[in-house]
Design a protein around this ligand. Structure first.
Ligand code: ZN
Length: 160
């Protein structure tokens, strides 16, 4: 079976930056199972997978706008240093969970001075081209229910 809209696809994957540093991979989290054609993947990757079948491998390089978007300087904020009084070993480059009115976000500590800390809410790969390597492990037709819900039901149902 070849990948097309409304197939359930299982992939081994690796997400790397252009220095070949691995950011995410199925070696850690297990294979990635998704419903094709419902916007779960980066569009360029989803497009490239159409017509491929089990056992096929794909390597793709994507520009920032096809991956995590451009770097937005607006997403950097200066916060009084006291706000981080409880964080142990605060260092530049550290990833933290920060809370604002929209909920909890992962941020990066960009700059530390005696009075302020600059935090950056951009995705760490924003503004960077990325490389994705995938291997197709399984392809099956989605059930009507999965298509109606727009996601995969791994254990036969999702409970709603
Ligand atoms: Zn469901």
């Amino acid at each position: 079976m070849k990948i097309d809209k409304n197939c359930v696809v299982e992939l081994d994957y690796k997400l790397m930056d252009l220095n070949n540093q691995i950011w995410e991979s199925s070696d850690e989290g297990g294979p990635w199972v998704y419903l094709h054609g419902h916007g779960e993947l980066m569009p360029a990757l989803e497009q490239a997978l159409i017509g491929k079948g089990i056992g096929q491998k794909l390597k793709l390089q994507m520009q920032p706008e096809e991956a995590y978007g451009q770097y937005e300087a607006d997403l950097c904020t200066q916060v009084p240093r006291e706000a981080f009084a409880e964080v142990q070993n605060l260092t530049e480059g550290m990833r933290l969970a920060a809370e604002n009115q929209d909920g909890v976000h992962a941020v990066t500590v960009k700059k530390i001075t005696d009075e302020t800390v600059t935090i950056d809410a951009n995705h760490p790969l924003a503004g960077q081209a990325v490389k994705v390597e995938v291997k197709i492990l399984a392809v099956r037709a989605a059930s009507d229910e999965e298509i109606a819900h727009g996601h995969v039901h791994q254990q036969g149902t999702c409970g709603h």
